[in-house]
Design a protein. Sequence first.
Length: 562
Amino acid sequence: MKRKISFFLVLVMLVTMVLSACGKKETPAGDNSNTSSNTDTSSATDSGAASGEAKQLVAQIGPNPETIDPALNSAVDGGNMLLFAFDCLLNVDKDNKIIPGAAESYEPSEDGLTWTFHLRKDLKWSDGSPLTAKDFVYSWKRVADPNTAAPYAETVLGMVKGYDEAAGGNPDALGVSAPDDATFVVELAHPCVYFDKLAAFATLSPVNQATIEKNGDAWATAPESYICNGPFYISEWVPSSYILFKKNPNYRDAASIKLDSIKLLLMEDPNAAYGAYQSGEAMMIKDVPTAEIPSLQGNAEFHVDPDLGTYYLDLNNTLPQFSDPKVRQALSLAIDRKYVAETLMQGTYTAAPNFVGTAVIDYDGKQFMDNANGGKPYIDINDHAGNLAKAKQLLAEAGYPDGKGFPAIKYSTNDAAYHKVVAQYLQQAWKELGITVNVDIVEWASFTPMRRAGDYESSRDGWLFDYNDPSNMLELMVSTNGNNNAKYNNPDYDALMDKAAAEIDPKTRSGYLHQAEDLMMSDAGVIPIAYYNDFYLQSPKITGSWHSPYGYWYFQYADITE
């Protein structure tokens, strides 16, 4: 059902957005004020803005998004767009610290079970209508509602009182309330030490009840119905071409926003993105052709920034050929991660011996991975020959000596960055086990819903952290998690994650999380390959922006200088 809904949304988007893009909307939906401040800027170029000219930043951060409904998005590119359009209760600054957002202040109770958020005065939607605490109540209940099918629901609301009942079909049971228009209260079933970080996460953005009730799922597919509350609103949207965000005059801090617009080029082909950067059409591109990387080394405009996240492979655990952990372990051990990261990925990624990677902090301030598995990596990335021998042994023990009798594997991926190169390498790596691999290239807009629905055999996957806590990644492998694309299902793993979620003592909680990773890695629930870095080109004319380790570009605070 999820797949059908996703494809429906794509079709609606293609039809409605082309029609809506025929006319340029100069003001936020329904707002007839301040039209002079929203002059069209579509002709601006990378030369920035001369005195008196509107400032437009043109960038490429991805192709057509699957969705930009905050409740439904689970992709980095869509999440980046949500940062431009929405203002959560709390926000994240350039040092990755939590700061006030739509809420000017907040406080947890002494027992950590009640969080009270105090909203700023006179908050407005982009259409000029008032935004109150009741809007957050509606929005959070919508995420919990099973009819919404929000992939992050359990991750961001699983600790809220009444969540299980809400997820079972009674969203009104969720422990959120609005005693008055300026106060939003959340009751937790158990303390959550990182709840402030969740309150800053895009899934819990406020959404406008009126536009959703009027437009249904299509509300997030056309500029006219895309009501938001952030620093920018969507003025134009032409699928496979661009999305134009314009400064929102109704934003609570509009005076601090220096750009008049952000134009995102919707490109899936890195060569096209690179051409746009070279010609001056784009001032920043996320997708740099891998063939160009050697020539860009040392170029001040070429950046390689670390991310908190892991590039991994899914083996659909529901399929009989992948039901045996020995098979999954064999396929994992046959991969030379060091070769993939340092040669195929040209050093822009880091080989991953663990699932939870570098810079993720444990209870004692150390890296979580340094405390994992008795201080040893799960996979010795420096002994590929030994790993391959073990892989062949495991496959034989599973009943497939030299791969005999094992069906050909269809490996699905989208064609961006190093994904196709990695797919071609897997054909060679798994051939050494006697297994044939057929590569299936899928368009990005179709790729993520296909993977989420489990309509694949094996696939590339990846996760960038939403907040710096190991649970953010380990929760992916809980059987009921909406982002568990591998469909890994181990009751013992779920039980450990439940214990961790309810545990107050940091050291004991960490122990449960480490046990969970131990179990998942021994099962090879997924196959970690490399730790992410973002490599991109950006003009020095862009100032005041930053790239976060969660994979986002904060252009909403940027300026353009000569």
